[in-house]
Unconditional design. Structure first.
Length: 322
């Protein structure tokens, strides 16, 4: 079957470690099912894998990808949940110490077929295309959990989304606006600030800008470059939810005095549960919203999509059709 996979690691030139070609059809363990992939989406996780982050060398070659929508063995249209927990684990699978994502220990979704536990399959709403549904299991699910499980936000509150343009950030903007939350966003790029307003932000600002007032929560995926601004933007008792650190994980100062004196809450957030993925799909169907797709390419042209993401010229998701 055709697949896009990591053949080796290259921290300096990750695209050189990517291969697009034939791989063997997957073996199906007991309790798992084969999904015929119709669309799959790209994430920064895939670029990091090519650099050797989060992927062990003994697992190479590894088919990349966490996101997929397709057809199950019974002919149903489905979405794949990418978090694989230990069979003995009960409860929130994101808290399972033995959990992993597709493309870490198990072959990923950038292929004609993917094998997953039967419990990791969620019905696809009829109102979403395969391309739209394929965007949801990583970036949009991460955004959903940040907003509705971890932040404490409610309709009428104000949220700041740092770094508009990425898959998670654009998802946060649209989901928060649909939930009746006032949304502010930041971006270094004037065009991305305009796009953020187009997809739902009430206002967009340059990074580090003084805001009209402090916010109830900040959604943080940038990390080091925006950390200080995020903390300074919060009201007393506000919450900073962090799910990534694309600019680095070591800010010059943790600003502990500000955190304890203003009683701020710093909340980590990683992916989401199968239950939350189902909630997200229903929320989007009920609210009449759909994912933002930057580029759609055939899987055979996966290298072009990886290169575009690596260059950073993306607003929304890059999707591959199969």
């Amino acid at each position: 079957m055709l697949a896009a996979f990591a053949a080796r690691f290259d921290a300096e030139d990750p695209i050189s470690a990517l291969e697009v070609g034939e791989r063997p059809d997957p073996v199906v363990p007991d309790g798992w099912v084969t999904i015929d992939v119709r669309a799959t989406a790209l994430n920064h996780h895939d670029l990091w894998s090519l650099k050797g982050v989060g992927l062990a060398e003994q697992n190479l070659p590894m088919i990349l990808g966490c996101d997929a929508a397709g057809i199950d063995p019974d002919g149903n249209e489905v979405v794949v949940h990418a978090v694989i927990s230990d069979p003995s684990w009960k409860g929130d699978e994101t808290l399972d110490p033995k959990r992993s994502l597709l493309s870490e220990r198990y072959q990923g979704t950038l292929a004609e077929k993917v094998v997953v536990p039967a419990g990791n399959v969620v019905p696809k709403p009829a109102g979403l295309s395969f391309e739209q549904a394929a965007c949801l299991p990583t970036a949009w699910l991460t955004a959903y959990r940040m907003l509705f499980t971890q932040s404490g936000l409610k309709p009428g509150d104000t949220v700041l989304v740092q770094g508009a343009g990425g898959g998670v950030s654009s998802s946060l903007i649209t989901l928060a606006r649909a939930a009746g939350i006032r949304v502010w966003a930041t971006s270094r790029d004037e065009g991305k600030r305009a796009k953020a307003v187009e997809i739902g932000a009430h206002e967009a600002f340059e990074p580090g800008a003084r805001l009209p007032e402090r916010v109830d929560a900040v959604m943080e995926t940038v990390g080091q470059a925006t950390w200080s601004h995020s903390l300074k933007s919060l009201k007393q008792g506000g919450t900073l939810v962090i799910s990534g650190a694309t600019s680095g994980q070591a800010p010059k100062s943790a600003e502990l005095n500000r955190i304890f004196f203003l009683q701020l809450r710093v909340q980590g957030s990683t992916m989401g549960t199968r239950t939350e993925l189902g909630e997200l799909l229903r929320f989007m169907a009920n609210a009449g919203i759909s994912p933002h797709i930057d580029t759609t390419l055939p899987l055979a042209d996966a290298r072009k999509g990886f290169a575009k993401m690596n260059e950073g010229d993306v607003f929304g998701k890059i999707v591959f059709t199969v």
